[in-house]
Design a binder for this molecule. Structure first.
Ligand SMILES: C[S@@+](CC[C@H](N)C(=O)[O-])C[C@H]1O[C@@H](n2cnc3c(N)ncnc32)[C@H](O)[C@@H]1O
Length: 244
């Protein structure tokens, strides 16, 4: 993947990011006329684009849900919240664009979030960088530490380091393409490594947290066939909670 850097984009940050995730960096005077999906950095941040669509991560859209009086009502927070400890440490093994991690951090979790896809990690890192300059988002983002890489070896070495491990492996989308949000239309065009949900569950068990939380579509079997201790269900999805 090429990262196109416009003159207004921050060069040092672009160089660091490109090096970290293995992109080639190309300085350009204007946005290239590319049909393939590509990344462009300007003073407005990093965009994933093709000829018709453009998308960037934006945590501010989650602020209404993150308000103090609402956050406790989020299904994810209800499922994750431990009863007995104040500053829980959570490892999000499938960070994606960090939206679930953001809600968990808003609820008081200290979240380490790991993403293995370089493009998705780049969008996440950019949304976090811009968000830290927003005083409404900064306190929440200060509880989030992003990592680029495969979460499985990290979990295998994490013995006891986290209270909760959160797994949200991708599941096939059934919506008609016209109904899929712009973000998913673009992300579907990316080449993604095969996801190993069962491997992640074994690694999560090896990390010996107090709880493992697995997000699943409502009507599919439990990940790895492992029966949860209990389930918190919504209309479309559920959280399987394995208490250890
Ligand atoms: C369904 S998305 C997660 C969405 C996320 N919960 C959110 O709120 O944005 C699953 C993500 O997990 C990542 N992933 C899958 N296996 C992984 C692994 N072993 N290590 C790190 N990331 C992984 C995928 O690249 C994908 O971005």
């Amino acid at each position: 993947m090429t990262l196109y850097l416009l003159p207004s984009g921050e060069k040092t940050w672009a160089e660091e990011l490109a090096k970290k995730v293995g992109f080639s960096l190309c300085s350009v005077d204007e946005e290239p006329n590319e049909t393939e999906v590509h990344l462009v950095l300007s003073d407005k941040g990093l965009f994933l684009s093709n000829e018709t669509l453009s998308y960037q991560g934006d945590f501010s859209a989650l602020l209404p849900r993150a308000r103090e009086y609402r956050i406790g009502g989020e299904l994810l927070v209800k499922a994750a919240k431990p009863k007995s400890f104040a500053s829980p440490r959570l490892f999000d093994a499938t960070a994606g664009l960090g939206e679930d991690s953001f809600l968990l951090a808003a609820a008081g979790f200290y979240v380490t979030l790991c993403e293995q896809n370089p493009v998705i990690y780049a969008l996440l890192a950019d949304a976090m960088k811009r968000g830290r300059e927003d005083e409404r988002l900064a306190p929440i983002l200060s509880r989030m530490t992003p990592i680029f890489g495969d979460s499985i070896p990290l979990l295998q070495k994490a013995c006891g380091a986290y209270d909760v491990v959160y797994l949200d492996p991708m599941f096939p989308m059934r919506q008609k393409s016209g109904l899929i949000k712009k973000k998913f239309q673009l992300l579907q065009l990316l080449e993604r490594p095969e996801e190993n949900g069962e491997g992640m569950l074994s690694a999560a068990l090896a990390a010996k947290p107090k709880k493992i939380l697995v997000k699943r579509p409502k009507n599919v079997p439990a990940l790895g066939g492992k029966a949860p201790s209990y389930t918190v269900s919504g209309d479309v999805i559920r959280y399987d909670c394995i208490v250890l």
